[in-house]
Design a protein around this ligand. Structure first.
Ligand code: SF4
Length: 377
């Protein structure tokens, strides 16, 4: 049996302050995510992606659901993802081999409580699961989402072998599922910013715009351990703070600049790294004390150094403070988050280019408490 489904999502009200064309806006607003209903006799429902979502985001989303808004323009790439899934699904249907929108449901017990695990598989054929991602070249060059992809596809693998029910249409009837083992897992990454020119110049660059990533298939007991651990974390009361990994914290960098050069001479994680480079190259440089937060044009710092008496060709060192990228730019609940407030995170709303950016800092005193935890939706 081969199954094709769509797995994209939207959980908040979509607003548009940029005057997107009606057709684009409608397509974005129509891209609604439906995780399905929990099975009878279970406490709540988790999808492969909600298992991975930091518990604090889930908690704040539940608490502030009615107040949450998301700019339509930030969902354009998601719309591309949906379009790609729709086309793959349509072609598969036309081939006569496939069934559309198959959402699997299974029960899973953790510490005496039974939960529903539900997930929609992109494309399943005998022994194989293919998942499609529309993503950037950098994502596959850095492979920084490999752990998340591996966890997600293995939960799908578990679902296929343990689900009791399947739903072929959102809200449609539940049918019995015939379980199947899927030992071969593949991510098909469609690279939205792939460049022919870069591919010619750099043999480490993906050589085609569709890049396949083989995902290791975990044994079922390893997948169950992972699901147990995640459900236990989600059930903690109070919910734990987000980790630096959850926040996509990249750490600070130290940068050696040469006055008059547009680009940095050297970038290192630590000042010691820069000092070692200076020593090796026998370069004399001054520590400037200047910082270059996200959005700074670092070449502009030359003017400050010139005012301090520095001359063209002289070297100086600046710091790029680490940014909690998810908090600052991608977390829908950041304005309600006590942790972001306590950490003084500068949240850049509507950051769609330098001229449209509006940065706000959450006042600590206004930070709400996370409140009482409720059962997950
Ligand atoms: S703003 Fe940051 S710390 Fe707060 S919930 Fe979002 S990701 Fe977590």
């Amino acid at each position: 049996m081969q199954i094709v489904g769509i797995s994209t999502g939207s959980t908040v009200q979509i607003v548009d302050t940029f005057g997107l064309p009606d057709g684009v806006l409608e397509a974005i607003r129509n891209d609604q995510y439906n995780v399905g209903e929990k099975l009878e006799g279970t406490e709540g429902i988790y999808s492969p992606s909600s298992l991975n979502t930091p518990p604090q985001i889930r908690q704040l989303t539940r608490e502030h659901y009615d107040d949450l808004e998301e700019e339509a323009v930030t969902r354009v790439w998601s719309m591309f993802g949906t379009a790609v899934h729709n086309e793959i699904e349509r072609a598969a249907r036309a081939s006569g081999k496939d069934t559309a929108e198959a959402r699997l449901f299974a029960k899973f017990e953790v510490d005496g409580k039974v939960w529903t695990i539900s997930g929609m598989l992109d494309n399943m054929s005998p022994g194989m699961l293919d998942d499609y991602k529309v993503t950037s070249v950098w994502t596959v060059m850095r492979m920084d989402r490999l752990p998340e992809w591996t966890q997600q596809l293995n939960v799908y693998r578990w679902l296929s072998a343990h689900a009791s029910h399947v739903q072929y249409e959102p809200g449609g009837p539940m049918e019995e599922w015939v379980t199947e083992d899927l030992p071969k897992l593949t991510i098909n990454a469609i690279l939205r910013d792939w460049s022919f020119r870069e591919a010619l110049k750099n043999d480490k660059y993906p050589q085609t715009m569709v890049f396949q990533v083989n995902i290791p298939a975990w044994p079922y007991d390893q997948i169950e351990e992972f699901m147990q651990e995640r459900i236990r974390i989600h059930q903690l009361d109070p919910v734990p703070d987000c980790t630096e990994e959850d926040q996509w914290y990249g750490g600070s960098k130290h940068v050696l600049r040469k006055l008059g050069n547009k680009r940095a001479v050297k970038t290192e994680d630590t000042l010691e790294g820069i000092l070692a480079y200076l020593d090796k190259k026998k370069i004399v440089a001054a520590g400037s004390g200047l910082q270059a937060p996200f959005g700074t044009n670092e070449a502009d710092l030359d003017q400050t150094m010139e005012m301090r008496g520095f001359k063209k060709g002289e070297f100086y060192v600046i710091e790029r403070p680490g940014e909690r990228i998810r908090c600052a730019r991608y977390c829908n609940v950041a304005q309600f988050c006590p942790q972001a407030a306590a950490e003084g995170t500068l949240i850049t709303q509507k950051a769609y280019g330098r001229n449209n950016s509006v940065a706000i800092r959450i006042p600590t005193k206004d930070a709400p408490s996370t409140g009482k935890r409720e059962a997950p939706f």
